[in-house]
Ligand binder design. Sequence first.
Ligand SMILES: Nc1ncnc2c1ncn2[C@@H]1O[C@H](COP(=O)(O)OP(=O)(O)O)[C@@H](O)[C@H]1O
Ligand SMILES: [Mg+2]
Length: 257
Amino acid sequence: MIIAICNQKGGVGKTAVATELARHLTLEGRKVLLVDMDPQASATSILGVDRTDDDAPTIFDLLGTDLPARQTILDAALPAATDWGPIACLPAERALADVESDSTIGREMRLRHILTEIEDAYDDAVIDCPPALGVLTANALVAASRALLVTEPRVESAQALAQALQTIANVKAYYNPNLLPAGILINRLRGGRRDQAQWVQQIREIYRDLVLEVQIPEREALARGASDSIPVDRIPGTAEVAERLDSLACTLLRGQK
Ligand SMILES: Nc1ncnc2c1ncn2[C@@H]1O[C@H](COP(=O)(O)OP(=O)(O)O)[C@@H](O)[C@H]1O
Ligand SMILES: [Mg+2]
């Protein structure tokens, strides 16, 4: 499965979900590639990818190369730090921001070429998108078979979801008939907050089956895991969140809601 984790809003948990999803897919025995399409390179740093070699190619270099060769792409995928297990990462860098103003022919199709070249090398690719619906996210959606929308349970988030779903529909119509929404994942849910419970109910009324059954609670461990570069399942006392993430991975693998 090639899955794009997207939402044009920042700070909703895309990167946290992308890195943890990659982790839990490997725990299910899958061979996983994480593609970091965000110029902020948070996923690259959370996974502890060693970027001391400045000359090592990043996803920016691959996107800027016309039809990069299979071996070039495989060589660019770097291992995550050992805590994360056997995840490979196509790392991001700041310069990736320039791709948003790219006007060359085929600009939306470049990631698809890259991932098609190496499709037999991995079971799954998880694409962490930037907080925008520009060329980078378009590349992710053109390359993907699934798009997972991550959202916070906040009133302002509803409109962002509608826009993101419209973008997915447009990419499907014009570029990638295989693209399907994998669902809406509600992240950072706090028990006991009536406003959040109401929001969830409204979103379920609008989007029905698209809203995933599994939800991710607000937990300090998820933020701490990200700042310390360790997966949540390695932090003591987090069995409940780890279980949710596991169930997310399994749900997505089954291709069900
Ligand atoms: N469920 C959660 N509980 C606690 N903190 C979270 C949760 N999800 C994400 N965070 C934290 O919130 C911040 C923003 O999340 P991030 O994944 O970087 O969002 P995005 O990629 O959408 O911009 C990060 O510090 C992250 O660790
Ligand atoms: Mg992010």
